[in-house]
Write a protein that binds this ligand. Structure first.
Ligand SMILES: Cc1ncc(COP(=O)(O)O)c(C=O)c1O
Length: 226
């Protein structure tokens, strides 16, 4: 990555944890090294936290887990409380200040109801309760997924906070052959989860889920794998 930065580079844009790839968590030295390289070369670090942000990983932004402060951050999805479409770019005022009123427009941008929901989400996160909940329930999730790996029902799992990528073992007789097949088996059991690609699915329960509902979903996951 560092070698890819040259005189024509204005920014490095990355997800601190890759969601679509199946919740791929980088080694601890990765993001600090990217931050240092961007600072040294005078290019912006833009973190796409559309999936990883707003409490999902146990901190408000996933970058905080590695003590990294990006220049810009993109947010979406949870910003609308899972209901209304709203997204945002936040960051350094000297960078954002390049855009002045009228230089950027969007038909539905600035929708008052969506903005009110976004502000309510930011307010909800201000106590830190949901971030702690993501860590606490994330530990429960991790423990139960590790048990499924130990039982041979899953090939491997990756988690951070209340977020998990699961790889099915396509060679196991009777088990789901693909992430898609596992997602369909879960759907038949009333649990919505999305395959990312190939053998992988991702679990991203609401941070407000109850302990009982999380256990119920994981019971059904175990059933779907058998
Ligand atoms: C990591 C990530 N970044 C950006 C986007 C795009 O966000 P939006 O759909 O709000 O344009 C998505 C959407 O799925 C995403 O998962």
């Amino acid at each position: 990555m560092v070698d890819a930065i040259d005189d024509t580079t204005v920014a490095v844009l990355l997800e601190p944890v890759q969601g679509e790839q199946g919740v791929v968590v980088p080694p601890d030295d990765y993001l600090p090294a990217v931050r240092a390289a961007c600072t040294a070369r005078g290019v912006l670090l833009v973190a796409d936290e559309v999936q990883s942000g707003l409490g999902r990983t146990g901190s408000t932004l996933a970058c905080e887990r590695w003590g990294v402060r990006p220049d810009l951050v993109t947010l979406g999805k949870a910003l609308g409380g899972g209901i209304v479409p709203v997204s945002a770019v936040v960051g350094r005022s000297d960078v954002l200040g390049v855009l002045t009123a009228g230089t950027h427009g969007s038909t539905f941008g600035g929708n008052p109801m969506a903005c009110a929901v976004g502000l309510a989400v930011v307010e909800l996160l201000s106590t830190g309760d949901l971030q702690r909940r993501a860590l606490d329930l994330g530990a429960v999730l991790r423990g139960r997924l590790d048990a499924l790996v130990a039982e041979g029902l899953l090939a491997r799992v990756r988690t951070i906070g209340l977020w998990a990528g699961l790889d099915v073992d396509a060679s196991r007789a009777g088990g789901p052959a693909t992430g898609r097949e596992l997602a369909e088996r879960l759907l038949a059991r009333g649990v919505l989860a999305k395959d990312t690609h190939g053998a992988t699915i991702r679990l991203a329960p609401p941070l407000t889920i109850t302990d009982q509902d999380l256990h119920l979903a994981l019971d059904r996951l175990a059933d779907a794998l058998r």
